[in-house]
Design a protein around this ligand. Structure first.
Ligand code: ADP
Ligand code: ZN
Length: 316
């Protein structure tokens, strides 16, 4: 039997804390808004102490954090949230506080790397060793595994901040990224859509021209990631991807941009299984945090292979 562990999905808007061993054994969960670091991290500690009183000792805790973060265990600032523009959270120690307060091993990584782990363990990336998980929401971020390893390197990938061709005649919107203006996140995040069209993304009808532009920007980014990292699959999550009509539009544009150059059946004939939504819906982050905690104590999670979902239907 697997050891009971804790997981935290630490978002810029809300936190989700849970204890369990996987999707079929989820014992308890709590959600609360992200306020100050002190108050928010204390609530996590309180929840896990309460869970230990009810369910017994936890073996480890995993954290899927908004960022940028320092995920390097050899660094003096390991487990910190670093250069975030979120007020009050810059240079905040996170994993170390949990480790001291709870006396448990703590795994710590970016929200998207951890969501990717969750998808590898129980979702749409089972059996794959090189794949990406992207979130298109308040921000845009990407993570995943390359050759079975979570991507870190210099710090960690920042796939939301790549530069794209931006035709200012077709789209004069300057972008919303406070660092770069019209990077991918600046042009295609939920807040970018809202600012460009003067209306929340949630309120734009499915046939609004906003979605054609959105699909084109996302496809440009994906083609760059496909050519650079050669992923076996790309999972697209986050609030904006609730617009499921985007999936067939993005698939078609990716095919057009790649122009039959990458001769893989996954792209040429099965792209509807290649660019897919998360298999764990909106639970990839918190379940990934559980998987990360299990990794921390040497428990493997990947099991079986599943067929990815295909919203928006098959697309040639
Ligand atoms: P976060 O990125 O903050 O963790 P989400 O992934 O839910 O949270 O992303 C929130 C963003 O996604 C907001 O900008 C919101 O407008 C947009 N969004 C949420 N739901 C939808 C939807 N159904 N259609 C279009 N945009 C959405
Ligand atoms: Zn940027």
């Amino acid at each position: 039997m697997k050891a009971l562990v804790g997981g935290i999905e630490a978002g810029g808007t809300k936190f989700v804390c849970a204890v369990g061993t996987g999707p079929d054994d989820f014992r308890d969960e709590v959600r609360f808004p992200t306020t100050t670091p002190d108050e928010t991290i204390s609530r996590c500690v309180e929840f896990f102490r309460g869970a230990e009183a009810r369910f017994g000792t936890l073996a480890a805790v995993g954290v899927a954090s908004f960022g940028p973060v320092d995920p390097n265990p050899a660094s003096p600032t390991f487990g910190y949230i670093t250069s975030t523009p979120k007020p009050g959270w810059r240079d905040t120690e996170f994993a170390g506080v949990l480790q001291r307060e709870l006396g448990l091993p703590v795994g710590f990584d970016t929200d998207v790397n951890v969501a990717a782990l969750g998808e590898a363990a129980w979702g749409a990336a089972q059996g794959l060793d090189t794949f990406l998980y992207l979130t298109i929401g308040t921000g845009i971020g990407g993570g995943g595994l390359v050759g079975g390893q979570l991507m870190h390197g210099l710090i960690h990938p920042e796939m939301g901040h790549i530069r794209l061709p931006h035709d200012l005649t077709a789209d004069p919107f300057p972008g919303v990224c406070p660092f770069h203006g019209d990077c991918l996140e600046g042009l295609a995040s939920g807040p970018a859509i809202e600012r460009r069209w003067g209306c929340p993304a949630t309120e734009l009808p499915p046939d609004h021209p906003a979605w054609i532009l959105e699909a084109n920007y996302l496809a440009l980014a994906l083609v760059n990631f496909i050519c650079t990292l050669s992923p076996q699959r790309i999972i697209l999550g986050g609030g904006v991807m609730e617009q499921t009509q985007l999936f067939p539009m993005i698939r078609a544009k990716v095919r057009e941009l790649l122009a039959d150059y990458i001769r893989a059946e996954a792209i040429l004939t099965r792209i509807y299984q290649y660019l897919v939504p998360p298999g764990l819906d909106n639970r990839s982050g918190v379940l990934g945090a559980i998987a990360l905690a299990q990794r921390q104590i040497g428990e493997a999670t990947a099991e079986g292979v599943c067929e990815p979902k295909n919203p928006g239907g098959i697309n040639r």
